[in-house]
Design a protein around this ligand. Structure first.
Ligand SMILES: *[C@@H]1O[C@H](CO)[C@@H](O)[C@H](O)[C@H]1NC(C)=O
Ligand SMILES: *[C@@H]1O[C@H](CO)[C@@H](O)[C@H](O)[C@H]1NC(C)=O
Ligand SMILES: CC(=O)N[C@H]1CO[C@H](CO)[C@@H](O)[C@@H]1O
Ligand SMILES: [Zn+2]
Ligand SMILES: [Zn+2]
Length: 360
C-alpha cells in the first residue's frame, strides 16, 4: 500500500488516508477481484471471466480459452455439472432478479473458496438475512460460513462498470474494508478489463489530495438525494454527516418538481427526438443539478457534458462554439478518471466529435 495507510477514525472505525500528495487523476491503489458475476442482460454479450464483450452465444461465454481455463480452475469446474439444473430449479426461479445475482455470486464464491488454499476464515457476523439457494456446497465450507459470507454482500460488494454502465457485481474484499463513504468523494473506482483476468478495480484521485487527508469513495449514487440517508441507515447502519448531507439538511428537501429524474428523462427524450431547444435547456438544468450534487470532476458530470456536446452538435443551427466548450470540459473531467471498461466509450466519442468539429 504505497499511497494509502489506515489510521484510526474518531468514530472508532479506521480511515484510509493519503501517505503523500496525490494530484487529480493519480492512481491511488488497485485491487484484484475475489470473484465476479455478470448481470443477466450482459450474459452472452461479455466474457464470463474478464467481462470484455464477445459475440458468441452459450451458457457461459469466454473471449478466449485462457479466460475459460481461468474460470474453470477458479470455480466453474465445481459448479458446471449442476449449473443448468440449479438455474432452472423452482427455488432459484422464485428469487427476485437481484437475489438471483447474489445467489450466483455466492455460488461462485463458495466454489472458489473451496478450491482456494488455505480455506478462508471470515470474521462472523450475526444476521437474519435469508441465504439464497446456491449451486454448490462443500463440507469444507459449512452453512454458517456461507451465511456469514452472504451477510456481507449488501454492504460490501461493488457493481462493476464500463463507461458508467453497470455490467455485473464483484467482490473486492480489501477495497470494501479500506475506504469510508462520502457523498462528496475525492476518489472514484473504475474497472480495467483485459483478457484472461477478472476485472481489476482501480481507485483514482478525483482532485488533488494532500498527505494525511482522508480518501473517500461514494457507496451509492449521490444523486439519490431523497433516498440516500434511508439507504445508509437501513443497509449500512450509519448516518452520513458529509458536507453535502449537512448542506442539504440545512437547505431542506430539494423542491419537487423538477426532480432530477424528470429533468433527466426530458433531456434523454428530447436529445434523441427533439425539440432540440428543450434538449439543450433541460440538459443545462441537469448540468446545474449535477454540479450541486456531485463533487468536482465526478465522471457523471463529464459524461453529461459529452451528451450536451453531442446534443448541441445535432442542433440544426449548430452552435459550434458551444459544442466545443462542452466537449473541452467533458474531456478535462473524463481525462482524470482515464481509460476504463471496454474499448470505445466516451474517449472514442470525444475523438469522433473532435474530428467532425475540425472538418467543419
Ligand atoms: C476527501 O474527502 C474527505 C471526506 O469527505 C474529506 O475529509 C477530505 O478533506 C477530502 N479531501 C479533499 C482533498 O477533498
Ligand atoms: C419520454 O419518452 C417516453 C417514451 O416515449 C414517455 O413514455 C415518457 O413520458 C417521456 N418522458 C418525458 C418526461 O417526456
Ligand atoms: C468522512 C466519512 O464519511 N466518515 C465516516 C467514516 O465512517 C464512520 C463510521 O461508519 C462514519 O461515522 C463517518 O462519518
Ligand atoms: Zn475473457
Ligand atoms: Zn453524505
Amino acid at each position: 500500500m504505497l499511497n494509502v495507510r489506515l489510521e484510526p477514525h474518531p468514530s472508532g472505525r479506521s480511515q484510509a488516508v493519503a501517505t503523500r500528495g496525490l494530484v487529480a487523476g493519480s492512481l491511488i491503489i488497485s485491487f484484484d477481484a475475489l470473484t465476479t458475476v455478470l448481470l443477466p442482460q450482459e450474459k452472452g454479450q461479455r466474457c464470463d471471466t474478464c467481462h470484455m464483450s464477445v459475440a458468441d452465444v452459450q451458457a457461459y461465454f469466454y473471449c478466449s480459452t485462457k479466460c475459460q481455463n481461468l474460470q474453470w480452475q477458479s470455480h466453474h469446474k465445481r459448479i458446471c455439472k449442476q449449473f443448468n439444473k440449479y438455474t432452472s430449479s423452482l427455488s432459484f426461479q422464485a428469487l427476485a432478479p437481484h437475489e438471483k445475482l447474489d445467489a450466483l455470486l455466492l455460488s461462485h464464491l463458495v466454489a472458489h473458496l473451496d478450491g482456494a488454499d488455505p480455506a478462508v476464515s471470515e470474521d462472523p457476523l450475526n444476521t437474519i438475512c435469508p441465504v439464497p439457494p446456491i449451486a454448490y456446497s462443500s463440507p469444507r465450507i459449512p452453512a454458517s460460513e456461507v451465511r456469514d459470507l452472504h451477510a456481507k454482500f449488501g454492504n460490501n460488494n461493488f457493481v462493476t462498470l464500463s463507461h458508467l454502465t453497470t455490467l455485473g457485481h464483484g467482490i473486492y474484499p480489501l477495497a470494501s474494508r479500506l475506504f469510508n463513504h462520502s457523498c462528496l468523494p475525492n476518489a472514484s473506482q473504475k474497472y480495467i478489463m483485459s483478457p484472461s483476468t477478472l476485472p481489476k478495480m482501480e481507485i483514482v484521485a478525483l482532485r488533488d489530495i494532500s498527505p494525511d487527508e482522508e480518501i473517500c469513495l461514494t457507496y451509492l449514487d449521490p444523486a439519490l438525494l431523497q433516498a440516500r440517508q434511508q439507504i445508509f441507515r437501513l443497509s449500512y447502519g450509519f448516518e452520513c454527516r458529509c458536507t453535502s448531507c449537512l448542506f442539504f439538511e440545512k437547505v431542506g428537501p430539494i423542491p419537487t418538481p423538477p426532480t432530477d429524474a424528470d429533468v433527466a428523462e426530458t433531456f434523454r427524450n428530447a436529445s434523441h427526438d427533439g425539440p432540440h431547444a428543450l434538449a439543450l435547456s433541460s440538459g443545462q438544468t441537469l448540468l446545474a443539478l449535477y454540479r450541486l450534487i456531485y463533487p468536482p470532476n465526478y465522471p457523471q458530470i463529464g459524461m453529461h457534458l459529452l451528451e450536451l456536446a453531442k446534443t448541441s452538435w445535432n442542433y440544426e443551427s449548430v452552435v459550434k462554439r458551444e459544442c466545443r466548450t462542452y466537449l473541452n470540459k467533458a474531456k478535462e473531467i473524463l481525462q482524470i478518471l482515464g481509460p476504463e471498461g471496454d474499448e470505445d466509450g466516451p474517449q472514442a466519442e470525444i475523438n469522433t466529435l473532435e474530428s467532425v468539429l475540425e472538418e467543419d
